[in-house]
Ligand binder design. Structure first.
Ligand code: G3H
Length: 541
C-alpha cells in the first residue's frame, strides 16, 4: 500500500474497531468524589473526544468517549474544605495515623485498583491515543511505583524509629505531613505521573485535592470508588472542571500547603503567585523541557540513530523527557539524516490497538496546526523536511518530520514542540552545544553520543551544571523510578523519585528533651504504653 493509501485508510469505520478494544458504552460520568461521598452532578458536562477518528457518512469524526462534570468554584471550594477538615490542622485521623496503618490503607487501595486495570487501560488508550501496549505498561509501572513507595516508606520509618543523642539532648526525628496538597497531572502520562505525586503525598499523611488532566480524565472514574472505600472521608477529593475557573480560588484561599503540578512553567508560576503567603506554599513541579542530543564526530552513528528515534518519537514525542533538539557534528550530518529518515520510515503508524504500532493520533486538538506552524516557520527560514512524507497530516495524525538545518531564528530551536517533529542542528565545535544549553530556559536532561572518553568527560563537567541528568550513549528518560527526577531553570522545582517524593511531601519534625532520669522515665512510659504514634520505637517489617 502506498503512503497515501495507508494514510487514507488510517482511521477505521465503527465496524472496523476490533471488539476487544471497543469501549462497551460511552462513559458518562455524573458524579465526583468529595468528602468521602460520590456526589451527583447535574450541571454542565465536557464531551470527551478521542484522538481516534472514525469514518462516518459525514467524513472523519473524533470518536465520542463520554462526558465528565464541569464543576464550578462552589464545588471546588467544598472539596477544599473537606480536605482542610480531614487534615484538621494536623490533628485529623489520617495525618496522625501510624505509618503501618496508612500503608495498610494504600495496600487495600492498590488491590482494588488492580481489579480496574482493563477499564483504565482501555480509557487511557482511547483518551490520549497511547498504544495499547504502552497503556498497559503505564498501568503496571504505576502499580510497581506504589509498591516501591510502600517499601521506601518502611525503610524510612525504620530509620526513624530510633533516637539520636547529641550534646546531652535526645531526639526522635520523623517526617510528618505538610497539609493539603493540590495535585494536577499531565495528559501524556495521566495515570502514572499523577500517581507519582498523589500516592507519596497521601501516604505521608497529607490530604489531597486532585484535579485530573484535561485529556486523560475519564480513566480516573473507575478508581474513585477505591479512593472512597480505602481512605477516611475528605482525605482524597476530586475536582472536575476548567482549571482557569476552579483553581485560582483554591490558591487565593491560602489553604493549599503544597502545589504539585506536572505541566507548564507559565501555569505553575501564575498559580504560585496567587497564594497570599508564598512562604507557606511548597511547590513540587515537573515543567517544560527541551532535552538535546549531542552527537559528536566520535559517535557510534547506528546507536545514535536508534536512540534518537526512541528518544524523539516514543509516544509521538509527547514525553517531557523526549529529545526535542538534535545537535549533530557537521561531518556526520548527511549520513545521520539519511539513516534517521530510513529508521523513521520503518516505524509503523496506525491505531493504538494495532500490534507493533508506534505512531498514533495526537490528543491535543490544536497540536497538528501548531506543528504545521513550526514547520512552516522553519521552511520559510531555510530548513527542509528531509524525510519523505514528513509533516503530512490527516486530522489528528501527524507523520513525523525531520527538519534540517534548524537555526537559532526558528521556533523549533527554542520552543518545546511536544510532538512528532525532530529538529536537527549541525555544529562544528562542541562549545556551540554547551552555549545552547547555557542559554536555554530549560534544564532537564541531555544525551551525549560519543565513544571518546576525553570528549565525553569534557562535556560531562559543564553539562551536569546545566541540566539534572546527563545520559551517555542513550536517550533521555525519567526511569528507573528510583533515580532522582528533577530539572534546573524552568524545568522543575523539587525532586521526584520513589524516595525523594516521600521527602518532598513531608517535613522533618522532632521530639527532643534533655537526657536526665526524669525525661528518660517519661519517654519510656510513652513508648511502653504505645500512647503516641510519633514517639514510638515500633519497627515496621
Ligand atoms: O513526560 C515525562 C515523563 O516523566 C517521562 O517519563 O522518560 O519514562 O517516558 P519517561
Amino acid at each position: 500500500m502506498s503512503f497515501q493509501e495507508q494514510l487514507d485508510h488510517l482511521f477505521p469505520t465503527e465496524e472496523q474497531i476490533p471488539g476487544a478494544f471497543k469501549l462497551e458504552a460511552e462513559v458518562n460520568q455524573r458524579e465526583y468524589l468529595s468528602n468521602g461521598q460520590m456526589l451527583p452532578w447535574n450541571g454542565e458536562v465536557h464531551t470527551v473526544l478521542s484522538p481516534v477518528c472514525v469514518k462516518t457518512a459525514h467524513g472523519l469524526q473524533r470518536k465520542i468517549i463520554g462526558t465528565y462534570p464541569l464543576c464550578d468554584e462552589a464545588e471546588a471550594s467544598a472539596a477544599l474544605e473537606a480536605a482542610v477538615n480531614a487534615y484538621h490542622n494536623g490533628r485529623g485521623e489520617w495525618p496522625t495515623m501510624g505509618v503501618a496503618q496508612r500503608i495498610q490503607h494504600v495496600e487495600k487501595f492498590t488491590h482494588q485498583i488492580i481489579e480496574k486495570k482493563q477499564e483504565v487501560v482501555k480509557l487511557l488508550m482511547w483518551e490520549i491515543g497511547k498504544t495499547y501496549a504502552d497503556s498497559v505498561k503505564e498501568f503496571d509501572r504505576t502499580i510497581e511505583y506504589i509498591h516501591a513507595t510502600i517499601d521506601a516508606l518502611k525503610d524510612l520509618d525504620r530509620q526513624s524509629s530510633g533516637f539520636t543523642m547529641e550534646q546531652g539532648i535526645v531526639a526522635q526525628i520523623r517526617r510528618s505531613p505538610l497539609g493539603v496538597v493540590l495535585c494536577m497531572g499531565p495528559f501524556n502520562y495521566p495515570l502514572n505521573e499523577t500517581f507519582t505525586t498523589l500516592i507519596p503525598a497521601l501516604i505521608m499523611g497529607n490530604t489531597i485535592l486532585f484535579k485530573p488532566p484535561k485529556h486523560g480524565t475519564l480513566l480516573f472514574y473507575p478508581l474513585l470508588e477505591a479512593f472512597k472505600n480505602c481512605f477516611p472521608p475528605g482525605v482524597v477529593n476530586t475536582i472536575y472542571g476548567r482549571g482557569n475557573k476552579i483553581i485560582p480560588g483554591l490558591m487565593q484561599s491560602g489553604k493549599i500547603n503544597v502545589l504539585t503540578l506536572i505541566g507548564s512553567s507559565k501555569v505553575a508560576n501564575e498559580l504560585k503567585k496567587m497564594h497570599p503567603k508564598v512562604n507557606r506554599l511548597r511547590a513540587i513541579l515537573g515543567l517544560d523541557a527541551k532535552n538535546a542530543a549531542i552527537i559528536t564526530a566520535q559517535a557510534d552513528l547506528k546507536l545514535a540513530v536508534q536512540e534518537t528515534v526512541l528518544g524523539s518519537l516514543s509516544f509521538n514525542g509527547q514525553r517531557c523527557t523526549a529529545l526535542k533538539i538534535i545537535f549533530v557534528h557537521r561531518s556526520l550530518a548527511d549520513q545521520f539524516l539519511e539513516e534517521l529518515a530510513a529508521a523513521v520510515a520503518k516505524l509503523k503508524f496506525g491505531m493504538p490497538w494495532q500490534e507493533g504500532v508506534s505512531l498514533t493520533p495526537l490528543p491535543e486538538p490544536h497540536k497538528p496546526a501548531y506543528l504545521k506552524e513550526c514547520l512552516d516557520d522553519a521552511l520559510a527560514k531555510g530548513a527542509k523536511i528531509v524525510n519523505e512524507n514528513g509533516g503530512v497530516t490527516n486530522e489528528s495524525f501527524v507523520y513525523p518530520a525531520i527538519v534540517y538545518p534548524v537555526t537559532a531564528e526558528m521556533k523549533l530551536y527554542t520552543e518545546e514542540q511536544f510532538g512528532p517533529v525532530v529538529p536537527v542542528v549541525p555544529f562544528d565545535d562542541l562549545e556551540e552545544t554547551i552555549q545552547y544549553l547555557i542559554e536555554s530556559t530549560h534544564g532537564q536532561q541531555v544525551s551525549i553520543f560519543s565513544n571518546n572518553d576525553q570528549e565525553v568527560a569534557a562535556l560531562i563537567d559543564p553539562l551536569v551544571n546545566q541540566v539534572s541528568r546527563v545520559n551517555i550513549n542513550c536517550q533521555c528518560q525519567r526511569g528507573p523510578d528510583v533515580f532522582p527526577f528533577t530539572g534546573r531553570k524552568d524545568s522543575a522545582e523539587g525532586t521526584l523519585s520513589v524516595v525523594d517524593a516521600l521527602r518532598s511531601f513531608s517535613i522533618r519534625s522532632l521530639v527532643a528533651t534533655k537526657l536526665n532520669d526524669n525525661n528518660k522515665h517519661l519517654l519510656n512510659e510513652i513508648i511502653d504504653s504505645n500512647s503516641s504514634n510519633f514517639l514510638s520505637t515500633k519497627y515496621l517489617f
